[in-house]
Design a binder for this molecule. Structure first.
Ligand SMILES: *[C@@H]1O[C@H](CO)[C@@H](O)[C@H](O)[C@H]1NC(C)=O
Ligand SMILES: *[C@@H]1O[C@H](CO)[C@@H](O)[C@H](O)[C@H]1NC(C)=O
Ligand SMILES: *[C@@H]1O[C@H](CO)[C@@H](O)[C@H](O)[C@H]1NC(C)=O
Ligand SMILES: *[C@@H]1O[C@H](CO)[C@@H](O)[C@H](O)[C@H]1NC(C)=O
Ligand SMILES: *[C@@H]1O[C@H](CO)[C@@H](O)[C@H](O)[C@H]1NC(C)=O
Ligand SMILES: *[C@@H]1O[C@H](CO)[C@@H](O)[C@H](O)[C@H]1NC(C)=O
Length: 471
């Protein structure tokens, strides 16, 4: 009896041990459909394909959730085309992804003179590279992708003055680093940047008294997360954990340019958006790319002005608007081809402007028309300043009708792309008036002709009757 239990126990132990390997080692590599799972069964790692992409990546996702949610990608910008011939293994003291038949390395943990022994997927979603003695050499938490898992830290290094970055995917099917990133700065504030430099949101500095970020007062209402901020002479970071270990939650630097905290709802079997910043999509800097117009009233938020089309319809369909819009007909201004200006009314003016001078509206327009490097202009009525844009215009926002602070931006277009009805309101009315007058005149002429005809006929008939009578 005892021995039976022993056998059963050993069998069970062996089985679970084999099916739930959490370690990549000299004896265990990853290829094809093989995966590793964290010891508590929370995370899984292996090859995956994002959305409809034909590329393969090494990624990490929640094991129990019915929809695959990727939280970390190893080879973000270096996909492989065949998972069967690719191999993730410990090689020369690093964790390395080898591609295809010629086994070229496409991704590596990249440590110099490293002596890695194995890599363990932990239950918190951290992949840890260890040496013989079990001490840490490298961890995925130090190389975040777009997802900030509970327990991870996004640090600011006070010695190098550099921050770790959470970076959005390029699109839903391309995990390579996109234009939006979240990082911590010297002032203990997290900020969201566009293209690594233009800041469009800040959490405000950490307030040690109230234990929240100054511009995120809603943190006060929290009862789910345990927030903490750490700072010493060498580094500072914020981190969070979840009081109830059964809850699943993650913060993502999303392709929309917003940071989004979502929690998994078991009842609905889906992610529930819990909190996001900036709240309005159009406050994400240059969300619609060059010449794209962001409007909170339109669906999708990004539109191209008349005479423009999405630069890449494929990316546009994947909700990646960053490439923006291009003119349907290229300008051939320097060759003397006639251009005109399309007025965009009630918009937020793009910021990369140049003040050309103090002029009247008309002088401003003709100055822009006369200089082929002028892409757009606007005239500020109150100061009589003539504003010009000589590069692509970014961050165009359409204000709503009830908002009166907007300006009119005049975009240079090839004359053939000008919507014919918007040339000038006045002349339009004149044309319509003329047309109406013209048709009225024609009707009058026809009536006159009919009357003359009738009279002529009647007279003729009367004459005929007379002659009949005489006959
Ligand atoms: C490894 O060494 C190379 C060349 O010596 C150096 O450029 C690189 O920064 C080093 N990498 C790390 C992670 O230390
Ligand atoms: C982002 O910045 C880099 C230089 O830092 C520049 O070459 C690139 O054109 C920028 N991207 C966009 C979309 O403006
Ligand atoms: C909250 O987090 C801090 C720092 O990570 C930790 O010391 C503390 O024990 C946590 N509190 C609870 C109630 O989990
Ligand atoms: C700051 O804290 C980190 C651990 O988070 C530690 O490694 C480092 O030595 C500390 N620096 C100082 C100056 O105490
Ligand atoms: C957290 O878990 C508890 C118990 O499982 C559940 O009732 C609650 O709805 C969860 N909260 C969130 C935000 O997921
Ligand atoms: C056109 O405008 C640009 C930018 O304002 C200026 O540098 C350039 O000299 C102008 N060219 C002419 C011919 O006025």
């Amino acid at each position: 009896m005892v021995s039976f239990f022993c056998v059963l126990f050993t069998f069970f132990f062996l089985c679970t041990h084999v099916s739930s390997a959490d370690t990549i080692s000299a004896d265990f590599t990853l290829s094809g459909d093989q995966t590793i799972s964290s010891s508590g069964g929370t995370f899984k790692m292996g090859f995956f394909q994002p959305a409809t992409s034909s590329n393969f990546y090494i990624g990490m996702w929640y094991q129990q959730l019915p929809q695959q949610t990727i939280v970390w990608v190893a080879n973000r910008d270096k996909p492989v085309s065949d998972k069967k011939t690719s191999l993730l293994k410990i090689s020369n003291g690093n964790l390395v992804l080898l591609d295809g038949n010629n086994q070229t390395p496409v991704w590596s943990t990249g440590l110099n003179s490293s002596s890695a022994h194995d890599a363990v997927l932990q239950d918190d979603g951290n992949l840890v590279l260890r040496d013989d003695s079990g001490s840490l050499l490298w961890q995925s938490f130090d190389h975040p992708g777009d997802t900030w898992l509970p327990g991870a830290k996004i640090r600011y290094d006070k010695r190098t003055k550099k921050s770790q970055r959470l970076t959005s995917w390029t699109s839903v099917e391309d995990p390579s680093p996109g234009l939006f990133s979240l990082e911590l700065d010297e002032s203990t504030a997290y900020k969201i940047l566009w293209n690594g430099s233009t800041q469009y949101w800040s959490s405000g500095p950490w307030n040690p008294q109230s234990k929240l970020f100054d511009s995120v007062p809603e943190m006060r209402l929290n009862y789910i997360f345990n927030y903490s901020f750490f700072s010493n002479a060498t580094e500072s970071y914020f981190t969070y954990s979840i009081y109830n270990k059964a809850n699943i939650s993650r913060l993502v630097m999303d392709v929309s340019g917003q940071i989004r905290q979502s929690s998994w709802l078991n009842n609905n079997n889906q992610w529930n958006l819990f909190w996001s910043q900036p709240r309005q999509q159009c406050l994400v800097y240059s969300y619609c790319g060059s010449f794209g117009i962001c409007s909170s009233k339109s669906q999708p938020f990004c539109q191209c002005p008349r005479g423009f089309r999405p630069k890449s319809q494929k990316d546009w369909d994947l909700k990646d608007y960053s490439a923006g819009c291009v003119r349907k007909t290229e300008l051939q201004c320097s060759r003397g081809v006639v251009n005109q200006f399309l007025p965009l009314t009630n918009v937020k003016l793009p910021d990369n402007l140049e003040v050309w001078g103090i002029t009247s509206f008309n002088t401003c327009g003709s100055a822009c028309l006369g200089n082929c490097s002028c892409m757009a202009y606007a005239h500020d009525e109150s100061s009589n300043r003539c504003l010009m844009w000589t590069k692509d215009v970014f961050n165009l926002q359409q204000f709503e009708e009830d908002y009166s602070e907007g300006n009119t931006l005049y975009l240079r277009l090839s004359a053939s792309d000008m919507p014919s009805s918007s040339t000038s309101g006045k002349s339009n009315k004149a044309v319509i008036f003329g047309a109406v007058l013209g048709s009225l005149g024609a009707i009058a002429l026809v009536l006159l002709a009919v009357i003359i005809m009738l009279r002529y006929c009647r007279r003729k008939r009367m004459r005929g009757e007379k002659s009949d009578g005489t006959l």
